[in-house]
Design a protein around this ligand. Structure first.
Ligand SMILES: [Zn+2]
Length: 260
């Protein structure tokens, strides 16, 4: 969402104030009295905060040259933030220039929150107002693993996945308006494209397994005549499709052993 000058200033103040609280909770060594930067584990880190509705993290090109990494603090509920660390290399790789016409123009690069979710290192979550929540976080410790509860990967995928879905539904709804046919067709289009992407990833792995000599179902031993109808199955459902993590099954066996 584009910002005007006032909302930009307010966002900046909020961001800095929240960053300070996070630095305190992390026991980081701060640099300037009102800055976003701190030393954490001997690295110069910028802490940037994003409210629920904010979709991007912005960093000035100047700051990006100085720092070693970025911690993106994503608000998940009031006073509670999830912290993701991203290297400056990844930040640059995913960065686009701000569209702002104001003082940030030509000086600030933006990276989507989703990049932090997908490529960042999840540090944990933190409450910046522990007294209000009735819990007090230790004040000068950097032992993140003990101070913060890590969410399980499954919860994370569900939460981000639901966010993506609700966003997609919203956009389809806006595009289709009252046109029910249009809505159906857009829905089908998006769904089938995403499915195709998965199939495109699986196909070469299936071929590689076949070429390596797997010519029978790896559960029941039934011989395969050709690659038609053979299904690819992930042995460890927590891992992605790869030659190491996949086996070839006949359809009935695959239906008995779905990955998820
Ligand atoms: Zn079988």
């Amino acid at each position: 969402m584009p910002q005007n000058r006032e909302s930009g200033i307010a966002a900046n103040q909020y961001g800095r104030a929240t960053a300070r609280k996070i630095m305190e909770s992390l026991g980081a060594r701060t640099i300037k009295s009102n800055g976003n930067e701190c030393y954490l584990n001997n690295k110069l880190i910028a802490i940037k905060c994003a409210r629920k509705r904010t979709s991007d993290f912005g960093l000035s090109y100047k700051m990006l040259e100085r720092i070693d990494g970025v911690i993106g603090a994503c608000e998940i509920e009031q006073d509670t933030y999830k912290l993701y660390e991203l290297s400056t290399q990844l930040f640059r790789k995913n960065m686009r220039p701000t569209k702002s016409k104001g003082p940030a123009a030509g000086r600030v690069g933006l990276v989507r929150k989703s990049v932090f979710y997908q490529n960042g290192k999840l540090i944990g979550h933190i409450n910046v107002n522990p007294n209000k929540a009735g819990k007090k976080l230790p004040e000068s410790k950097i032992d993140l693993s003990k101070n913060m509860k890590l969410d399980s990967k499954k919860d994370l995928i569900k939460r981000i996945g639901d966010e993506v879905l609700s966003h997609a539904r919203f956009v389809i709804g806006v595009a289709a308006g009252d046109d029910i046919q249009m809505k159906f067709k857009l829905n089908r289009w998006v769904y089938s494209r995403l499915m195709q992407e998965e199939i495109r990833e699986k196909r070469p792995i299936k071929q590689a397994l076949w070429n390596s000599g797997v010519k029978a179902c790896q559960k029941c031993g039934q011989k395969f005549k050709d690659m038609k109808g053979i299904e690819i199955h992930r042995k460890d459902s927590e891992k992605i499709y790869s030659v190491e993590n996949c086996e070839l099954l006949c359809r009935p066996c695959h239906q008995q052993h779905p990955s998820e």
